[in-house]
Design a protein around this ligand. Structure first.
Ligand code: R5P
Length: 290
């Protein structure tokens, strides 16, 4: 097996390869003055099983296109099997037509990944499992929530309350609760489909003097988690932590969350940011070895 760490996931790709004892073939990125670029594999792929690791966080268009270019070229260069490892799948939140006339970005992305010759697709905590139904190739949606919860348990937060900031994300709070054992709950969030504004419904939670960890799949602008943290602190929670799988952390997201009273933001290396405390490498390597 050969692992190709794409330009968006150089470090994660290398750690996965190390865990698998697999050969790494890196990709050289040559940028042209007009913004276009050319990718070049630094080794031969013919006759090999190839794993391309490329997350598709910001800049999404660039990272998605690079992913497609690598998948297509790996197949065309004679790889016997190509696995696309895309820890964060861009556009996954646009998995249906919320307003008439809208595109369904997640479906288009799936079609492209498939058309470029992928034989297998692995992702982590995809926003909606429905997206995977569009694939005709084998897919796996891994969950990093247990790893995040274990990190907190090892930090002495066993018994903390697990909260999801949105009812749709309760499955993640429930998964975390299996490790932390302090009970779980959810908040109700509504997003205005025209303005993008979110409202989190006021809800009384039994969190006075308790440690609480808010689990979500994505932190983008930080608005969702910041509102949850604020509500928890107002209700007397002791320490509140923000945990997420895909820390996009756009603009002032980090400050927003911390200023509202969170102790810390803990994320994974799905996106290479400063909060990449928990690595996805063991989870992904294990799936690849199966
Ligand atoms: C959406 O439903 C996701 O699960 C996250 O809650 C959302 O993407 C977070 O966005 P933001 O950080 O901008 O509030």
């Amino acid at each position: 097996m050969i692992v190709v760490p794409g330009p968006a996931s150089p470090s994660l790709g290398k750690i996965i390869a190390k865990k698998l004892n697999a050969q790494v073939i890196s990709v050289n990125l040559k940028q042209f003055p007009d913004g276009e670029y050319c990718l070049r594999f630094q080794g031969k792929l013919d006759g090999e099983e190839v794993v391309v690791v490329q997350s598709t966080g910001p800049p999404q268009d660039t990272n998605v296109l690079q992913l497609l270019l690598m998948l297509d070229a790996a197949k065309e260069m004679g790889a016997t099997k190509v696995t696309a490892v895309v820890p964060y799948l861009a556009f996954a939140r646009q998995d249906k037509r919320f307003l008439s006339g809208e595109v369904i970005s997640a479906e288009t992305l799936v079609k492209l990944i498939q058309a470029c010759g992928s034989d297998r697709f692995i992702t982590v905590n995809i926003h909606s499992e429905n997206t995977l139904k569009c694939f005709r190739i084998p897919t796996e949606n891994l969950s990093a929530i247990t790893s995040l919860a274990e990190y907190f348990k090892n930090r002495g937060l066993n018994g903390a309350f697990s909260l999801s900031p949105d009812k749709g994300a309760i499955k993640w709070a429930e998964e975390a609760d299996k490790v932390l054992g302090g009970g779980c709950g959810w908040l109700k969030k509504e997003r205005d489909r025209y303005t993008g504004e979110i409202q989190v419904e006021e809800k009384s939670l039994n969190v006075k003097d308790r440690d609480v960890i808010v689990f979500d799949d994505i932190i983008s602008t930080g608005g969702t988690i910041a509102r949850a943290v604020k509500m928890l602190k107002t209700q007397g929670a002791r320490r509140v932590y923000a945990a997420c799988v895909h820390p996009l952390l756009i603009g002032e997201a980090t400050q927003k969350i911390l200023q509202n009273g969170a102790e810390e933001i803990v994320g994974t290396d799905s996106i290479p940011t400063s909060v990449r405390t928990v690595s996805l490498a063991p989870l992904i390597a294990e799936a690849l070895a199966r």
